[in-house]
Each structure stands twice: as C-alpha cells, then as structure tokens.
Design a protein around this ligand. Structure first.
Ligand code: PXL
Length: 270
C-alpha cells in the first residue's frame, strides 16, 4: 500500500490544540503521513495567546523546499500565514511544485482575539491564495471579512460562498460553528451544487482548534483520493466526535479530542 502524504503550512500552537499540532494529530488519525512548514510560533495555552513569533521568509521557504525536493506531498493545508509576504511566498512555492490539492483555512483571529493574520494580508489572501485553492474553509466571521457580506441568513451564506467561488476557490465550505440554534449546519458549494451537512450543536467551551482540525481532515481525505463531498462528510464527522468527546484539558478553551473519530469507527466495526 502506498502511503499518502500531507503537508501543513501553518503556525505552531504550544498548547497542542490548534495549528500544526492539530493538523499532525488529524493526519495521523486519518492514515496520512504528516509534514510541516511552520510559518510562526505562538506561545499559548487554553487561556489565550501570549506571544506570536513569525518565522523568517527564508526559514519558511527552506522548510517547503526540503519537503518538496525529497518527499513530495499529495495534499497541502494552509493555516495561519500571518502576513501578505508569507502568503505570496507560499503561493509561489505551491505553484512551483505544481501541488494541486490545496485546502485553505483562512485563519485570522484566535478565540481570545489575538491577530493571526495582519489586516493588510486579507487582500493578498483574496488576490493570490484563493485562486489556487481546491477548497477554502472559512467560518462565518472569516467569510464576512473576505467577502464584505454580512451573513445573517442562509441566503447570505450562499451569496458569500458564491463570491468566494468567483474569487477563484474551486470549492467553498462555510462552516456553521459561529451560527446559533440547536443545529450546526456546514455548507459546501462547488460552483454548481450546494451540499448542506447538519449535526447537533454541543454546548462546550472545548472547541479550540476545530477549524484547523476540520481543514486538516479535509486535506487528509483528499490526499487519500476521496472526492470533495466525501472529504467534507468525513471532516464533519471527525470534528463532530472531536467536540462530542471533549477532553477537559487546561482551564480555558480546551482542545478537541483527535482520538474520538477512530475510536468511534473501531466500535462501529465490532
Ligand atoms: O484556530 C486558529 C489557529 C490557527 N493556528 C494557530 C492558532 C490558532 C488559534 O489559536 O494558534 C497557530
């Protein structure tokens, strides 16, 4: 069996719940060999982000080159990219290496409000990153920021998805975690069809890193050769169980449970 690989280009979360740590745990659980190019190091725990240290452009470039020139990858996931110049570098490398399964999580702000992307970088994201995205996975505030559309109704959400598609993303998933109500509905738009996936909304503060985990699960599934819709369904299930079986780590917004999906699969096979 050939081993499928995925590369995450993202920030490090010392607390282990989000960023590259969440990505690697997710890749591992979904049977994909995970690799990293770290764009920034954050000092943080479940209570918040204490400091952000962006890596130099050279350090980011060398990490991507090292992976590309020896190992290669079947999918790329981008997370915290911090600045316009990092976005431009990452896009030029993705083009240079002809990578084609690109999951863009447009990370902007941490739960406590710390900026993980400079305001000036939003233009670069729209101009350079969206056109190479196989799929972009914003939450509602991120979709609003990227499109300028304020999302209050289901039609607003569809309109924002269409706008992100027009900006160049081949598929758009607008997640519903920031909505309200008993049901959490995520929306996929592929340029023609809409797919809505519903699940129960849990009342828990342990949701740190759900966005990273969702995008990493999507990238792992694409690396494994699954279709966009199937990848969407598996990523949704992965995050559902990760929130449902929360771990209660730390005193603030705790991480999700990256083991839960596999445990569920193993039980249901018995
Ligand atoms: O969940 C967004 C996110 C992404 N990447 C890093 C983070 C966070 C949230 O805190 O720290 C590195």
């Amino acid at each position: 069996m050939s081993i499928r690989k995925a590369l995450t280009i993202a920030g490090s979360d010392s607390g282990g719940g989000a960023g590259i740590q969440a990505d690697l745990k997710t890749f591992q659980e979904l049977n994909v060999f995970g690799m990293t190019a770290i764009t920034a190091v954050t000092a943080q725990n479940t209570l918040g982000v204490d400091a952000v240290y962006p890596m130099s452009l050279e350090a980011i470039e060398k990490q991507i080159d090292a992976v590309a020139t020896d190992i290669g990858t079947d999918a790329v996931k981008t997370g915290m990219l911090f600045s316009g110049e990092i976005i431009e570098l990452v896009v030029s490398k993705i083009k240079k290496y002809n990578w084609s399964q690109i999951v863009v999580d447009p990370v902007m702000i941490a739960k406590g409000g710390a900026a993980l992307l400079k305001q000036e970088a939003i233009d670069a994201m729209c101009q350079y990153l969206l056109p190479i995205a196989t799929v972009i996975t914003p939450n509602i505030p991120e979709a609003e920021e990227l499109t300028g559309i304020s999302i209050n109704t289901w039609d607003d959400r569809k309109l924002a998805a269409e706008k992100l598609y027009e900006l160049g993303a081949k598929n758009v998933i607008i997640k519903g975690g920031h909505g309200s109500g008993d049901l959490l509905i995520d929306l996929l738009f592929d340029g023609k069809n809409y797919t809505e996936l519903q699940s129960k909304r849990f009342s828990t503060k342990n949701t740190h890193g759900t966005g990273c985990t969702f995008a990493a699960a999507t990238a792992a599934c694409l690396a494994n050769g699954k279709s966009m819709e199937e990848s969407f369904r598996i990523a949704k299930d992965f995050v559902y169980y990760a929130i449902k079986e929360d771990l209660h780590i730390g005193n603030g917004h705790g991480p999700t449970n990256h083991w839960a999906y596999q445990k569920q699969q193993n039980h249901s096979m018995k």
